[in-house]
Design a binder for this molecule. Structure first.
Ligand SMILES: Cc1cc2nc3c(=O)[nH]c(=O)nc-3n(C[C@H](O)[C@H](O)[C@H](O)COP(=O)(O)O)c2cc1C
Length: 445
């Protein structure tokens, strides 16, 4: 039997950078109308997907030209609601599909986050995943009292401490601590409820968590670090990894580096899957998919492109000289404490040492912003071939998160109606949910 893939669907960007107006996007409602999300949740569960996902970013991009004008005007990186109440509502009309939610360990407090995720795990009946991010975007920092981005490795040090505390809090009330004995009136056993008394570099937290243990005990913990420091952090605590798809060679290298980091932490790499973030455009035929691919270039207004990419890489691209090398700009991004990984993925096609003109560079980022340059496009059979090849080459652990769909519900429907049946025919995707919780479904392969 072939090993099965796990598939998530990333809805973080559906309302952003012009996607909301592309043919195939929802009608008769505007973001963030809950009816849009309800429809998407029902479609995704019909297709037996593992989870729906929302990333987080809390600021309006303002790195480009040092102001937010273009971002506000064209809907770049904003608006983004806090999705936790939405997830609670969606869990009431679905039974199996999981929910991935993102919070920043740089800006949030671990006690608040652990308590919130415990409640969400109850409401969803054990279907929560928590994507913890270090946050590399300047607009977010300013909303939480920081004038500058925290230094990159310090952000990860803080993340490790944050997760240690969350895990300790989730374990601070034992699963059988509650008695609910109506006769005696005893509610819980004090011997099974313990303080954590954490005193650390970034946080002091006494605990215990004043909550009833949740169905999964703790949410599935996900992390997407791609730098050596980020990979080291994810190897130390994550149940599952998210990663970009910059090309098979780089993905195999990422898998190898993660495996080595897991072994160094005394963990078994066979139990830790990477879910590759990928832009897929599935059509009924190859021609149909290609037509849709071309529409992508009309989605993002030209004026919005600089605002988007400057936000993503934490560097004001309006300041680029007429000609430069990728290496030079990358050095400046590193010096500014932003994360260089996004910039390096975007500039994959360039020789880092060769001179590039500003005009050529802008044309490239226009394609990159729309997802045009890295979309995998075609009929279900063509895309299934691609996914199988990547899955096998990267160790058949984890799967894919379909990201940046041009327009939903159309592109989600194409995945569910064309791609999923093709993967099922090949024995690569489930034909029913067999687990009771998200964790069980992710382990079922
Ligand atoms: C699938 C995926 C989802 C991500 N979601 C977010 C997010 O919601 N918010 C955020 O600030 N960063 C997000 N990131 C960025 C990562 O957390 C990380 O910062 C990035 O991969 C660069 O790695 P580094 O921090 O090790 O340099 C995401 C990355 C991936 C691949």
């Amino acid at each position: 039997m072939p090993t099965k893939m796990h598939i998530g669907y990333d809805l973080s960007w559906m309302q952003l950078e012009g996607r909301w107006r592309l043919p195939g996007s929802w009608t008769n409602a505007v973001y963030p109308d809950i009816r849009i999300f309800k429809e998407l949740a029902l479609i995704a569960e019909r297709g037996l997907l593992d989870f729906m996902f929302w990333g987080d970013g809390t600021g309006i991009p303002s790195t480009w030209k040092a102001n937010r004008h273009d971002a506000v005007k064209w809907g770049v990186g904003w608006p983004r609601q806090d999705m936790s109440p939405y997830i609670a509502a969606l869990s009431q009309i679905t039974k199996h599909i999981g929910f991935g939610l993102t919070y920043s360990s740089t800006y949030m407090h671990p006690f608040y986050t652990a308590r919130l995720l415990n409640s969400l795990d109850h409401v969803t009946n054990g279907r929560m995943a928590f994507n913890v991010v270090a946050s590399s975007r300047r607009a977010d920092a300013a909303n939480y009292g920081f004038d500058e981005l925290m230094e990159h490795s310090q952000r990860y040090e803080r993340m490790e401490e944050f997760i240690d505390i969350c895990k300790a809090l989730w374990a601070s009330v034992e699963p059988d601590a509650f008695l609910w004995d109506r006769e005696s009136g005893q509610m819980a056993d004090p011997a099974k409820v313990k303080a954590i008394n954490h005193r650390g570099k970034f946080f002091n937290v006494a605990g215990p968590l004043a909550c009833v243990p949740s169905p999964q005990g703790r949410p599935v913990i996900v992390q997407a670090g791609a730098s050596p420091r980020g990979i080291q952090a994810s190897a130390s605590f994550a149940d599952m990894i998210f990663a970009a798809s910059p090309g098979l060679d780089k993905q195999v290298k990422h898998r190898t580096e993660l495996d080595a980091a897991l072994v160094a932490q005394g963990r078994d790499p066979s139990g830790v899957g990477i879910v590759w973030d990928i832009v897929l455009i599935v059509g009924e035929t190859d021609e149909d998919a290609k037509r849709r691919h071309e529409q992508l270039l009309t989605a993002v207004p030209v004026e919005a492109v600089g605002a988007f990419m400057s936000h993503q890489c934490g560097y004001d691209l309006s300041k680029l000289p007429d000609s430069f090398t990728i290496e030079e700009i990358n050095e400046q991004i590193v010096r500014a404490n932003a994360s260089p990984v996004g910039f390096l993925n975007m500039t994959n096609h360039f020789d880092p040492k060769e001179k590039v003109t500003r005009k050529d560079f802008y044309e490239l980022i226009r394609h990159h912003t729309a997802g045009y340059d890295h979309a995998v496009v075609g009929s279900a059979a063509r895309i299934a071939d691609y996914l199988e090849e990547t899955f096998i080459a990267t160790g058949e652990r984890g799967g894919f998160m379909i990201a940046h769909p041009p327009a939903v519900p159309r592109d989600l429907l194409n995945v569910i109606d064309f791609l999923i049946p093709e993967l099922q025919r090949r024995g690569r995707f489930r034909t029913e949910y067999r687990g009771g919780t998200l964790r069980e479904n992710l382990l079922d392969s």
